[in-house]
Design a protein around this ligand. Structure first.
Ligand code: C2O
Ligand code: CU
Ligand code: CU
Length: 524
């Protein structure tokens, strides 16, 4: 296996696209063992031509909470996807694709066990697909990549591979039963071949689920429970996003310019759509729901200065909701699509202090994320309990099936040169690569050449092995996305429970996803 993996890495690395990586990293990636500790980005960075604002001068926006239009047996929402212009860089207008014309889109808040129905109307001029990431959703509403919602007013039929999808015209009501625990979910576009550019241009928002178990805990709430969507972008002189699409109209030819095929990185870090913002805080505990909504960028988040005692971050939740017990971190490494729910205790700082959230995997402008300013003392009756939840441990020893998924770049001699592949194959919306039976535990092994954040739809998993050892510090709890590093093998235990049907699993580096690193499975 190791020899095969090394061969795959060598093939991948021999492509000219990899020449940009430092040679030290190439060596590290080809030596099993070294690869396990080396951290870097998979992707190429764009350079903004706009004048960028001074860091920490824009206040942190918090996306608005959507209001239900109806509450019968379900909570009903209506969202219109449209072109809009928003102010991201002070004094400039950025054209976006926006849920209700906003970026991030409005936050939807659901109650566990109470269905939520979101009717999306497509007033854009391109087809869309909406996926609720982390949702336990029936197949018809999961946003299968060719189930297009065509632009309102057109009666055009999609051609090519998309012709086989469940096509809707103008609008579609996505139904979410919400038979799942409290967690930080997000919704975003998932159209085959074009998810990278559409998400980059703004189609992403939070969807939070609350439940009684979590409400009963004395965690920070209300104004002190804030979602943070971290995403990198680049801007041209007029304030428009720069994205190196081969087809800027996002209609015919998928993919990006060769130099960016490993992933698109921006030089501006946005949090909730604002560049390096500042948040004024009380000297109290806050819960932050950190989402890495970047197309390709990984971050290593740290607080500067670190608190004089204890850990900077107390992690209380991951992709799939509360951990069993809190977990302290001095820094957090997060790959695209992962969520970390953390508590930061600003009472460890003095009024007047400023605390910068740094990114140790970035340099220059991307070494900073945002800043907190402690403005006053305040009462705080919140607490982080030692026990948060009970989590059933999936026993990999009880697995009925073990499946392997190799995430590699097609080498120059392969039939799929320059495409990102799973088990040597590019995505085909018609092909089913696995048929797991519901209710049974399976072990899925993810094997990589370079970094690949692997995401599975429908039900979450638990990381059981990483690089021949136990799970890493960021693998705790129920996960739906796992950061698999170069030349690494990660094993997860997964059990599909909810719905029978056809779903996708894929790399959540969106350029890899668009360039075919996706696979279908069908739950039986
Ligand atoms: Cu967040 Cu299949 O995606
Ligand atoms: Cu998903
Ligand atoms: Cu990938």
């Amino acid at each position: 296996m190791v020899a095969a993996l090394e061969a795959a890495i060598m093939t991948a690395l021999s492509r000219r696209h990899f020449i940009g990586l430092s040679s030290g990293l190439l060596v590290a990636a080809t030596l099993p063992g070294c690869a396990l500790t080396k951290e870097y980005q998979t992707g190429a960075q764009l350079t903004s031509t706009a004048d960028l604002p001074e860091q920490f001068t824009v206040p942190l926006p918090v996306p608005r909470t959507a209001k239900p239009t109806d509450r019968d047996g379900a909570d009903h929402y209506e969202i219109t996807q449209r072109n809009a212009e928003v102010e991201i860089l002070p004094g400039k207008k950025t054209p976006i694709l926006g849920y209700d014309g906003e970026f991030p889109g409005p936050t939807i808040v659901s109650r566990s066990q109470r269905p939520t129905v979101v009717k999306h109307t497509n007033e854009l001029d391109i087809p869309v697909v909406v996926h609720l990431h982390g949702g336990h959703t029936p197949p018809s509403s999961d946003g299968f990549p060719i189930d297009f919602v065509m632009p309102k007013g057109t009666h055009e039929k999609p051609h090519g591979h998309a012709a086989g999808g469940d096509i809707k015209h103008g609008h579609f009501a996505y139904e979410y039963p919400m038979r799942q625990r409290a967690a930080t979910l997000w919704y975003h576009d998932h159209r085959m071949d074009f998810t990278g550019p559409t998400v980059y241009h703004g189609l992403a928002g939070f969807h939070l689920v609350h439940d009684d178990e979590e409400d009963a805990l004395p965690l920070p709430k209300g104004e002190r429970d804030i979602p943070l969507m971290i995403a990198d972008r680049a801007f041209d002189g007029d304030g428009a996003f720069i994205y190196p699409a081969l087809d800027p109209t996002m209609s015919e030819e998928p993919g990006v310019e060769d130099a960016y095929m490993e992933g698109v990185l921006g030089d501006v870090v946005l949090v909730n759509g604002a560049p390096w913002p500042e948040l004024e805080v009380d000297a109290a505990r806050y819960r932050f729901r950190i989402l890495n909504a970047s197309n390709a960028r990984r971050y290593r988040l740290r607080l500067d200065p670190a608190p004089s005692s204890g850990h900077a971050f107390t992690q209380i939740g991951s992709d799939g909701g509360l951990l069993a017990r809190p977990s302290g971190h001095d820094d957090i490494i997060t790959a695209p699509a992962e969520r970390f729910d953390v508590v930061i205790d600003f009472s460890k700082y003095a009024v007047g202090d400023t605390i910068t959230m740094r990114n140790d995997l970035g340099d220059g402008s991307t070494a900073n994320v945002m800043r907190f300013r402690v403005t006053r003392k305040a009462s705080d009756d919140s607490e982080v309990p030692r026990e948060l939840s009970q989590i059933e441990e999936l026993d990999p020893g009880a697995a009925t099936v073990t499946r392997e998924f190799e995430f590699t770049l097609g080498g120059p001699t392969s039939d799929h040169s320059g495409m990102w592949l799973i088990n040597g194959k590019p995505y085909d919306p018609e092909r089913i690569d696995a048929k797991p039976r519901r209710g049974e535990i399976e072990v899925w092994r993810f094997i990589t050449d370079v970094h690949h954040p692997v995401h599975v739809h429908l039900d979450p998993f638990q990381v059981t092995r990483r690089g021949g050892r136990g799970p890493g510090p960021y693998d705790k709890g129920w996960k739906d996305t796992v950061d698999v590093r170069p030349g690494e093998v990660v094993e997860v235990a997964i059990r599909f429970a909810d719905y029978a049907g056809k779903y996708v699993m894929h790399c959540h580096n969106l350029e890899h996803e668009d360039m075919m690193m996706m696979s279908n499975f069908e739950t039986l």
